[in-house]
Design a protein around this ligand. Structure first.
Ligand SMILES: [Zn+2]
Length: 101
């Protein structure tokens, strides 16, 4: 338990532009992984944030809000559950938290 608690504690957060919920920074590779094919190429190597509010349509947005990816932009056949909205715990086996450093 608590396998992610050894991290630096420096998670960047921003307000979601839609619902104002706290949104945590995610690696752009994660964004690219779950977006629909036709918009994958819009992803740039920059900071993205993911809204933690499950009722919100916003899934990813870029730091400057120039890019916003909503639930309709997500390919749900991708490995979605592994990378999004699972940051509250590592019950899934820490597949995501040890990476991306
Ligand atoms: Zn939101």
């Amino acid at each position: 338990m608590g396998c992610c608690n050894n991290n630096y504690g420096l998670k960047k957060t921003m307000e979601c532009p839609l619902c104002k919920a706290s949104s945590e920074a995610v690696h752009y590779i994660v964004v690219e992984t779950v977006l629909k094919k036709k918009i994958k190429n819009q992803v740039i190597p920059d900071s993205y944030y993911t809204c933690s509010n499950e009722d919100c349509d916003m899934v990813f947005f870029s730091e400057d809000h120039q890019q916003m990816f909503l639930t309709q932009d997500i390919d749900f056949s991708a490995d979605f559950n592994k990378v999004i909205k699972t940051h509250d715990g590592c019950s899934g086996g820490c597949g995501g938290c040890g990476k991306g450093k």
